[in-house]
Design a protein around this ligand. Structure first.
Ligand SMILES: Nc1ncnc2c1ncn2[C@@H]1O[C@H](COP(=O)(O)OP(=O)(O)OP(=O)(O)O)[C@@H](O)[C@H]1O
Ligand SMILES: [Mg+2]
Length: 425
């Protein structure tokens, strides 16, 4: 018996006896049958199917007589094969023309089989069964190829993206490393510079004490440059240079942490430090941008033990979630000028470390939430988002860390979105 009751066979023959005998046999074998008495009406029937295949499904197979009034079977077959939508329907010729030349002609027109009349009913059914099955397998295969190609393309995009990130990571780590050398000259020279300044200042005040009446050109110069101010300001300059170099040191350290390649060895890290490093790298985006004020970041850090994880990829997760939160609050500010706020909290909850990143943006509709983690899903403008951030983040959290990544979001209500990362301790 045939598995599907929808599949049907089209028989095209001008002999009503043939039509009724074959129809009966095929129906008994479980097929649905439609008939046409000549080539033209068969083609007309197929055209109708093309207009609305849901209402008039295409036949799965066509049994085609050759000698018919009007256009013959060969011509009918070649028109079926020329048409893009009907060319994949298998055609079996059934004809009294038993000479080799006709058989070759029939098969070369694209028919899958050639049965000569008078036919054995059982043989026809057996051949129809085989070709019906082959058609199912071909359709199935084509569907699978399409699905696999699609999956492969997505995987490829991910691989390319990850390679890019890893190349970028190496570059960043290299730059951070190169900055470190000149930076350490500055850091280590500021302290002696301060000492020298103190000593020179002392010498100058000794001079002033012992020679309170300097020669006039020295007195003029002292007045010109406002020596007292210069001495006082000099130490301020050195202090701010010290603060600046400390900041560069922090950024360089964050960059190296962020880009760190860990191979396959996880290490126990302080997640709060990792969050702070990522925030430091995003500082330029958190600051006011002229058109909008600063984004306030509230850090509700609870006690967390060191967590075993891959620091580089985990940085990437925080970076993707924070970047999304920044985009979300920026969008919301553009819409209703609400205060821009991102809240990061950490806590231990039932044997797991929880990190939550929440924003007070516009939230997401249920529809968006259903597709959120799919690779390449984005609602952002071309060039602004690739739609890979969350799919990569989820892969890192679930596959690499056996953790979970949840999203809670309410569209419109001013509640915004919260992403929660759960990592086993
Ligand atoms: N905090 C959030 N608030 C509102 N919508 C969000 C938030 N985070 C993600 N989304 C939605 O989920 C979609 C997918 O996010 P995802 O990070 O995967 O890609 P993207 O941000 O669009 O691009 P990118 O690859 O640059 O990260 C976003 O386009 C956005 O519609
Ligand atoms: Mg993103």
């Amino acid at each position: 018996m045939i598995e599907s009751d929808k599949k049907f066979i089209l028989i095209v023959d001008d002999s009503s006896t043939n039509l009724s005998v074959l129809s009966q046999a095929l129906k008994t074998a479980g097929y649905k049958v439609r008939v046409a008495a000549d080539g033209e009406s068969a083609l007309a029937m197929l055209e109708k199917c093309a207009i609305d295949p849901a209402k008039n499904p295409f036949p799965e197979l066509i049994l085609l007589d050759v000698q018919m009034p009007g256009i013959d079977g060969f011509e009918t077959c070649s028109r079926i094969k020329e048409n893009q939508v009907t060319k994949t329907i298998p055609v079996i010729f059934m004809t009294a023309l038993a000479d080799a030349e006709s058989k070759i002609k029939g098969l070369s027109l694209g028919a899958v089989d050639y049965i000569t009349k008078p036919f054995e009913q059982d043989e026809v059914i057996a051949r129809v069964n085989i070709h019906w099955r082959l058609k199912q397998l071909t359709d199935n295969l084509e569907q699978q190829v399409t699905q696999r190609t699609c999956a492969l393309q997505q995987a490829q995009v991910q691989v390319v993206q990850q390679e890019k990130l890893s190349a970028l990571g190496q570059l960043v780590a290299g730059v951070a490393h190169e900055i470190n050398n000149p930076l350490s000259f500055m850091v280590s020279n500021i302290a002696p510079a301060k000492e020298y300044l103190a000593e020179i200042t002392e010498v100058l005040s000794l001079y002033q004490k012992h020679y309170p009446e300097p020669p006039s050109d020295i007195a003029i110069k002292i007045k010109d440059i406002d020596l007292e101010f210069v001495i006082e300001d000099f130490s301020h300059l050195l202090n701010s240079m010290q603060i600046g170099t400390e900041r560069i040191k922090d950024i360089s350290l964050s960059l190296r942490n962020f880009a760190r390649s860990d191979g396959d060895i996880p290490s126990a890290i302080d997640l709060q430090e990792t969050l702070d490093s990522t925030l430091l790298l995003l500082k330029h985006r958190l600051k006011n941008q002229g058109s909008r004020p600063d984004i306030e970041v509230i850090q509700n850090y609870g006690e967390l033990p060191p967590i075993k994880c891959y620091p580089g990829p985990m940085n990437q997760v925080f970076m993707n979630l924070l970047a999304n939160a920044i985009d979300a609050v920026e969008d919301a500010w553009e819409k209703d000028h609400r205060p821009l706020r991102i809240t990061i909290s950490t806590e231990v909850l039932r044997e797991s470390a929880m990190v939550r990143i929440a924003d007070n943006g516009l939230g997401m509709t249920d529809e968006i939430q259903q597709h959120l983690f799919e690779p390449l899903f984005t609602t952002k403008a071309v060039g602004k988002g690739t739609g890979l951030g969350l799919s990569i983040a989820r892969q890192i959290v679930t596959d690499k860390h056996c953790g979970k990544l949840f999203c809670k979001s309410i569209a419109g209500a001013g509640k915004g979105t919260e992403f929660a990362i759960e990592l086993p301790i």
